[in-house]
Design a protein around this ligand. Structure first.
Ligand code: GDP
Ligand code: IMO
Ligand code: MG
Length: 428
């Protein structure tokens, strides 16, 4: 990829945690800017190299390369306290965070009542809960769409901030106490603490859209880092078991103010199997020893909440849907090494929905749950791929597995990841 002048999007092709952080960190050497366009600290992106291990929630995964400009786009919802903590944690271990991190003034701010509403609603929903990360993401996006949200720029205007917090508290408090019988928030206290956050973040706040477009005009190469994933997209995912933003490629245009002509290539990141955290449809889910093996060997526990992830076989209907929706040019296939010990590896090629064949994910299936995955079973390679860095060194049966994915999805697998570290990667 070296030396090529294009902007690249890296987008989750399943239900999140595909290894986007690893892929962004790996590829960003060839880019000048890394920008997030949606989501908030519901994301947990892991980056490992050498003996270093980091988890990023709000800050783009390019931050470990000192010369990259990292931007938090207007499409994000930002909890200032969480952001300051993340900055502090990274700085404490020697990561440089100075002029290289900027925040869009039009991003929306998460306040404690958003988090309280998220938690209260989940509690009230009982078994029907979404299984959110409890970070206030949904309620913050709701407030944005209601047009009463507090934007990052508002943090810098004392009068506006006070007025907006007072107005919001009147409504949110009455819902929290009246509907959910929960504690309420004192607007004066919130105002004081948000003024303090504002002071600390002020030097980083800028017009994100102007900044990124200036960079593009100057010929800088931009990487767009997706959070969450295609099947968690508010419009295209397994609604209502989704997050509240557009994780798919269109989110880049709205979430950064970047025109479509500036998005040149799209990488779809997919595990060699499937996981999902929280509720909702998961056609290839395994509730058996194989699923447990995937969880254990793949260390499938949430980066943000520590919850055990649900596990299952690779689902090509999901992958085709992601490739279609995002215009994926190449797949980055991660965690191939996790499959090393299986005797047999089934792959879902399509669904049988009441006798009808479906090769992409049918939206109605979310409600009906009466679709059956059709599997093609592969012989396991039963030899280590962990740490392999050259395609030629992969076992022939593992190559067959990769080739089958390419044929069935009509999309190239450009990267194969064989371990969590930056070094443990095959780039084709
Ligand atoms: P993200 O949210 O898409 O960035 O993914 P997460 O960081 O939440 O989850 C991916 C997990 O898998 C992390 O613990 C990574 O360190 C790990 N990981 C990434 N790629 C590989 C791989 O190829 N093999 C193995 N064994 N682990 C990987
Ligand atoms: P990364 O970027 C996996 C899931 C939650 C829940 C649903 C809604 O690390 O891939 P939310 O808190 O967003 O309202 O929760 O979305 N979810 C994720 N699952 N990876 C993520 O991020 C996720 N972010 C949210 O588990 O099912
Ligand atoms: Mg994650």
């Amino acid at each position: 990829m070296s030396g090529q002048n294009f902007n690249l999007a890296v987008i989750g092709a399943q239900w999140g945690d595909e290894g986007k952080g690893k892929i962004v960190d790996l590829l960003c050497e060839d880019f000048d800017v890394v920008a997030r366009y949606q989501g908030g600290h519901n994301a947990g992106h892991t980056v490992k190299f050498g003996d270093k291990h980091y988890t990023l929630k709000l800050i783009p995964s390019g931050i470990f390369h000192r010369d990259k400009l990292c931007i938090l786009g207007n499409g994000m919802v930002i909890d200032p306290q969480a952001l300051l903590e993340e900055i502090g944690t990274l700085q404490n271990v020697g990561v440089t965070i100075e002029e290289n991190l900027k925040i869009s003034d039009s991003a929306h701010v998460i306040l404690p009542y958003h988090k309280a509403l998220d938690l209260a609603r989940e509690e009230a929903a009982g078994d029907g809960k979404i299984g959110t990360t409890g970070r206030g993401i949904g309620p913050a996006y709701e407030t944005k769409v209601s047009r009463y949200g507090i934007r990052v720029a508002d943090l810098l205007d004392r009068d506006v901030l006070r007025e907006k917090i007072e107005f919001a508290c009147a409504e949110k408090n009455s819902v929290l106490s009246g509907v959910y019988h929960k504690e309420t928030f004192d607007p004066a206290k919130l105002y004081e603490s948000y003024l303090e956050y504002a002071e600390q973040l002020a030097p980083r706040i800028t017009s994100g859209t102007v900044l990124i477009n200036e960079q593009i005009r100057a010929g800088k190469r931009v990487m767009f880092e997706g959070a969450q994933a295609t099947m968690l997209d508010i419009d295209h995912g397994t609604y209502p078991f989704v997050t509240s933003s557009n994780c798919t490629v269109g989110g880049i245009c709205t979430g950064l103010g970047v025109a479509p002509k500036h998005i040149h290539r799209v990488y779809g990141v997919a595990k060699a199997y499937t996981t999902r955290v929280g509720g909702g449809a998961f056609p290839t889910e395994l509730n058996d020893a194989h699923g447990e093996h995937l969880r254990k060997r793949g260390n499938e526990f949430g980066t943000v909440t520590g919850r055990p992830r649900r596990t299952g076989w690779l689902d090509l209907a999901v992958l085709r849907t992601a490739i279609m929706l995002n215009g994926v040019d190449a797949v980055a296939l991660t965690k191939l090494d996790v499959l090393d010990e299986f005797d047999e590896i089934p792959v879902c090629t399509e669904y049988n929905v009441r006798g009808e064949r479906w090769r992409t994910f049918p939206a109605f299936a979310v409600a009906h749950h009466d679709f059956k995955p059709v599997y093609r079973t592969f012989k396991g390679w039963k030899s280590p791929t962990a740490g392999v860095t050259s395609y030629d060194d992969l076992p022939p049966l593992a190559k067959d597995y990769v080739r089958f994915i390419e044929e069935e999805t009509e999309c190239a697998v450009g990267i194969i990841s064989t371990g969590p570290r930056r070094e443990e990667t095959v780039v084709r």
